[in-house]
Design a protein around this ligand. Structure first.
Ligand code: DER
Length: 235
């Protein structure tokens, strides 16, 4: 099975929990894309009715529009019944790293407003503890004096050997711009960042920081697709 087939399996399993009449948080990324496709398919087949989607990015909004999924937003639906989204890393407590696709702010707003949040991953996303993989920990910041903010973020995690990099558009030297007009600093840790809640609070205290990619204590269900099939775990 290819990684994409595993992602599709996890996504389809999650959509089994969608009921007619729900307000759905529609995630972003290559795994969530399959869930959005599947929801549209069931709507077309009449197996699902009266669904309203709250997209977590302009990319997902465009996909949902092209598939005919009715859309709304958090202003109209401040409470979301179920959100389905992927993740870059998942630890045993279901803490997540998200945002390597750049949509972390709207994802976190939608998923924090959701009564249930199903995370769908292939097994490659499972880690012992988040931020330890040496891969990017995204932080959305305002563009104003971004070098200053980058330095402040690195100093926060000096002991963990943290290095920050301004995210650029693919094959470009232009800074990546999020759906919200902000920049992203990707933090890379050489050592464990320690207590996640403390790290989260410290990052958010920095003026100039908008949001970060640690989703702590937010997921309610984890669906993992691996070579031995699909497993589901509730928080
Ligand atoms: O950027 C994001 O938050 C995405 O949801 C990411 O975490 C998962 O993307 P993937 O399903 O393409 O790996």
């Amino acid at each position: 099975l290819t990684q994409d087939e595993l992602k599709k399996m996890a996504a389809y399993k999650a959509v089994e929990f969608v009921q007619s009449g729900m307000v759905l948080g529609l995630g972003t990324g290559s795994t969530a894309k399959h869930a959005v496709d599947r929801i549209a398919e069931l709507l077309k087949q009449g197996k699902l009715k009266n669904i309203v989607g709250i997209p977590t990015s302009n990319m997902t909004r465009d996909q949902a529009v092209s598939l005919g999924i009715p859309l709304s937003d958090l202003d109209t639906h401040p409470i979301v019944d179920l959100a389905i989204d992927g993740a870059d890393e998942v630890d045993p407590e279901m803490n997540l790293v998200k945002g390597r696709g750049g949509s972390l702010l709207r994802e976190k707003m939608v998923e924090a407003a959701s009564k249930k949040f199903i995370v769908i991953v292939d097994e490659s996303k499972l880690v012992k503890h988040i931020g330890g993989s040496g891969l990017a920990m995204p932080v959305e910041i305002v563009p104003f004096c971004w070098k200053f903010t980058l330095k402040r973020l690195e100093m926060l995690f000096m002991e963990a050997g943290c290095v920050g990099k301004l995210r650029l558009f693919k094959d470009s030297d232009k800074p990546f711009i999020t759906d919200n007009g902000n920049y992203i600093i990707d933090l890379y840790f050489k050592k464990d960042m320690g207590d996640l809640k403390a790290a989260s609070d410290a990052i958010l205290r920095l003026a100039g920081v908008v949001e970060h990619g640690m989703f702590l204590d937010m997921a309610t269900t984890l669906i993992v697709a691996g070579e031995f099939g699909v497993t589901l775990k509730n928080k």
